[in-house]
Design a protein around this ligand. Structure first.
Ligand code: CO
Length: 183
């Protein structure tokens, strides 16, 4: 899978609610691997399956660690159990190139999900991981970060978004210097 397969704003798959993952097999592992490669190629740190035209509830994350290492994470059927606090972060999205906006979200989250083997897990986290997870879980519900800006910002973004939608995917994500804002 390559970065060219990432769907761009205006593609209807980005607005569909994803179906639950029920089969945890080698094909799922291969797809996750492909998504991980496409995400890295596009300089992103998170990618949800609907972003590559797969309307299934799973996502991959590559969390930057010290020593330039990347921690590879997979989540299927995530379900938020609890949230707390509130914080703002400048988000961007591989499916909404060239736009980034400050978005308010809960600061910490507790979620239930299934790992790549299908085992149920519980995770409590905050910081960047909590941020990326909430953004990706939105993707699984057909929600984009630009839906979460204030009405004034929304009005200001209207033209740029319309242009993106009309470009039929021609507008591609570009290599970014700041990798921490594309997911
Ligand atoms: Co995104």
């Amino acid at each position: 899978m390559t970065a060219d397969e990432i769907r761009i704003y205006g593609d209807p798959v980005l607005r569909k609610k994803a179906d639950p993952v029920v089969i945890f097999d080698d094909e799922l592992k291969e797809t996750a691997e492909g998504m991980y490669m496409a995400m890295l190629e596009a300089d992103g740190i998170g990618l949800a399956a609907p972003q590559v035209n797969i309307s299934k509830a799973f996502l991959v994350i590559g969390m930057p660690k010290e020593d330039d290492e990347i921690e590879r994470l997979f989540f299927a059927n995530p379900e938020m159990l609890e949230t707390g606090g509130e914080t703002s972060y400048k988000e961007g999205c591989l499916s909404v190139p060239e736009i980034s906006e400050e978005i308010l979200r809960p600061e910490w989250i507790k979620l239930k999900y299934q790992d790549i083997e299908g085992n149920e897990q519980i995770l409590e986290t905050d910081g960047l991981l909590a941020r990326v997870l909430q953004h990706e879980i939105d993707h699984l519900n057909g929600i984009l970060f630009v839906d979460r800006v204030s009405p004034i910002r929304k009005a200001l973004l209207k033209r740029a978004l319309k242009k993106l939608a009309e470009s039929n995917g021609e507008e591609r994500p570009r290599k970014k210097h700041n990798l921490l804002d594309q997911f």
